[in-house]
Design a protein around this ligand. Sequence first.
Ligand SMILES: [Zn+2]
Length: 200
Amino acid sequence: MSKYPVGLEETVDFLKGLPGIGRRSAERIALSLLNWPQEKLDTLAELLHELKERVTFCPECHNLAEDGGVCDICASAGRDRGVICVVEDPGQIINIEKTGLYHGVYHVLGGKLAPLQGKGPDALHLDTLRQRLAAGNVHELIIALSSDVEGRATALYLADQFQSETIKITRLASGLPAGSDISFADSETIAAAFSGRVKL
Ligand SMILES: [Zn+2]
């Protein structure tokens, strides 16, 4: 057999588009799915079928939410709405929340400015951020973007757009490894970066 049956090939083709999954890993996953009982495969198919319906994005901050509602953090009465921490994606919120030290709210940008890849301000969730700041209760915007060129450019853009008499813009202290971001940092490093934040 020089080639897999078509049904398996097609599954491999889908899987190999996933982050970190190359051709070889995709083959191993597909072969192992083939050994699952039908019932388990049906459950997986059902989960995938309903994924986008069940997991939605918070209309306030673009964090992950359920069934079209606001996220847990925006729904919580115990959060300080005067401080907004700006992150690239929802995975970073989970990592910051693990520290248990941050009590403000978040705003997920959905990426960073990358003019060379055609990603300008319109590609980010800036309109909703502008609306939240215009509501007038926010006194600090903490920029928790990665410290690479794009992250720094985005931070400067945000400072330029939103810095005002009433809104202080800060960025995390540079305890994080260069070019890295809070997605990969441990809780202690994140806590130190938050407590040592500096004004932009
Ligand atoms: Zn939210």
